[in-house]
Design a protein around this ligand. Structure first.
Ligand code: ATP
Ligand code: MG
Length: 243
């Protein structure tokens, strides 16, 4: 499990995460919802140390980090290894093949053997229906295919948690469906995931837990059933588009 406790993050003196605490259970999919600018990406990026809060605790059970203290290179490496981020705009390396995009980090960062890493990458490509595309370059693929490859790239690092920040918001609806189906599949297989999305239908189908963030604070932290079927007035407004 990942627990964050009492996180405070400020930008220009303004608190964008306000003493926020939340758990992300292992083997489950947690979906983070909330209006634009509420702090969802900031929270997600704090888990990967892409954002550095002023204070709070990041607790993975076996390792812990106090954001207010200096962090050693080793601790930062160990924490980063536990999560893998899939970005909105997939950012594949344009000059590397699909296979190289997936294997570069495991080989260079984790020092995994090349052959084993490539075998695993090919398996992942098969799983997302792109087994034939290993030797192509990203520019020869559609956006939805590129995003599926960036999911493979994240999984190739063998992270405990896959973090996804609006993974389909840059895709056309039919390409979006391909990616969402893969994420639903991963979720069913028990991959621990934390997903920020604006797609309510997807949130409803994939989430084991919903966290609703507003103005840097957590307004709701419970089951999708409660969120969607028994919403508070505030959540009802959010769901009907009155953000
Ligand atoms: P969206 O749904 O639009 O992606 P979000 O919930 O992900 O929004 P964040 O990106 O976490 O929101 O931003 C939270 C607040 O922090 C916003 O007010 C935003 O303007 C501010 N913010 C985010 N990043 C920075 C930054 N690098 N510098 C200054 N302010 C920032
Ligand atoms: Mg965001």
């Amino acid at each position: 499990m990942i627990s964050v406790k009492n996180i405070v993050k400020k930008y220009d003196g303004k608190e964008v995460l306000k003493d926020l605490s939340v758990d992300f259970p292992s083997g489950k999919t947690t979906v983070i919802l909330g209006p634009s600018g509420s702090g969802k990406s900031t929270l997600l990026r704090s888990l990967d140390l892409l954002v550095r809060p002023e204070s709070g605790i990041l607790d993975f059970g076996d390792i812990k980090l106090d954001y207010s203290q200096p962090v050693s290179k080793k601790l930062s490496f160990d924490i980063r290894k536990k999560t893998s981020m899939v970005f909105q705009n997939w950012n594949l390396f344009p000059n590397l093949t699909v296979l190289q995009n997936i294997t570069t980090a495991p080989i260079t960062v984790l020092k995994r053997p090349k052959q084993e890493t490539e075998e695993k990458a090919r398996k992942l490509l098969e799983q997302v229906g792109l087994g034939e595309y290993a030797d192509r370059f990203p520019s020869q693929l559609s956006g939805g295919q590129q995003q599926r490859i960036s999911i493979c790239r994240a999984l190739a690092m063998n992270p405990e948690y896959v973090l996804l920040d609006e993974p389909t918001s840059a895709l056309d609806p039919e390409l979006e469906t391909q990616v969402l189906l893969i994420l639903e599949e991963l979720s069913k297989m028990g991959q621990s995931m934390i997903i920020v999305t604006h797609n309510m239908e997807f949130a409803r189908s994939v989430a084991d837990k919903i966290v609703f963030v507003e103005d840097g604070d957590i307004l709701f932290d419970d089951t999708p059933d409660k969120f969607f079927n028994h919403p508070t007035t505030r959540i009802k407004d959010f769901l009907s588009g009155i953000t």
